[in-house]
Design a protein around this ligand. Structure first.
Ligand code: FMN
Length: 232
């Protein structure tokens, strides 16, 4: 009987010892879990590191994008507006835009000017009739433009009978130039800009208008830069 009881007792001891072996298996699971931890849920320090690396990459992307935003805002500061019936003023306007890194806006008449229209020898030509009437406002076909992002607006045109073409009156009366510097320029067969810039200023009734300048048809970009430096 005693022997049987001892046998049962030693069986339980062996069973209990084999239970200790199970605890080793548990530590194996724990070590497996730590591997899973690194791939699944980051530890606090890992979260911080990951967070920092996120911040670094965010700040890096901000550092890269910020100057681009700044440069794009300066790129759109200047606008060169022009009307050109035969291409001379257009060429000068494009060179001003190139020098000033400006946007270009062409005033396109709803009814294009034919060579007959432009015949200044004919007192009945369209331009002769228009220039004889200060109240004519030829319609503009170009889509209207927002001036909001521009601080400086160059406005160019050919001289017709000593004046800006009437379509320029249409343009300046259609926009608000408040808080903008406006610089008139013209091309011509030889006449100066005269009072044409001042007359446009009176019609616009807003903006800080500088005295305008007649520019040669073939003016170089260097000469344009000199002129702009003088304006500044
Ligand atoms: C109807 C008309 C009137 C003009 N009147 C004058 C003028 O009074 N004085 C002048 O020097 N040139 C005059 N011109 C010449 C233009 O000003 C000159 O050719 C100008 O550079 C043309 O510019 P555009 O090619 O951009 O239209 C006149 C041209 C036209 C068509």
């Amino acid at each position: 009987m005693k022997k049987a009881a001892l046998t049962i007792l030693s069986f339980f001891c062996i069973f209990a010892m084999s239970g200790c072996g199970n605890s080793q298996t548990g530590s194996d699971i724990d070590s497996e879990n730590s591997v899973q931890d690194t791939t699944a849920e980051p530890t606090k320090s890992e979260k911080t590191t990951a967070g920092n690396s996120d911040i670094i990459s965010e700040s890096e992307s901000v550092a890269v994008s910020e100057p681009e935003e700044e440069s794009s805002s300066t790129e759109t500061e200047t606008l060169v507006v022009y009307f050109s019936a035969t291409g001379t003023t257009k060429g000068v306007a494009e060179r001003i835009a190139s020098v000033t890194n400006a946007d270009l806006y062409e005033i396109i008449p709803a009814e294009p000017y034919s060579s007959d229209d432009l015949d200044w020898h004919d007192s009945n030509s369209r331009t002769s009739i228009e220039m004889n009437d200060i109240n004519v406002r030829p319609e503009i076909a170009s889509e209207s433009i927002s001036l909001d992002s521009y601080s400086t607006v160059f406005i160019g045109y050919p001289i017709w009978w000593g004046e800006a073409p009437r379509i320029m009156s249409t343009f300046v009366e259609s926009y608000d130039f408040s808080d903008k510097t406006v610089v008139p320029f013209c091309t011509s067969g030889g006449s100066g800009i005269g009072r044409s810039g001042d007359n446009l200023k009176d019609l616009a009734n807003s903006g800080n208008w500088l005295s305008g300048e007649r520019l040669d048809a073939g003016i170089s970009e260097n000469k344009i830069q000199d002129w702009i430096n003088e304006l500044n």
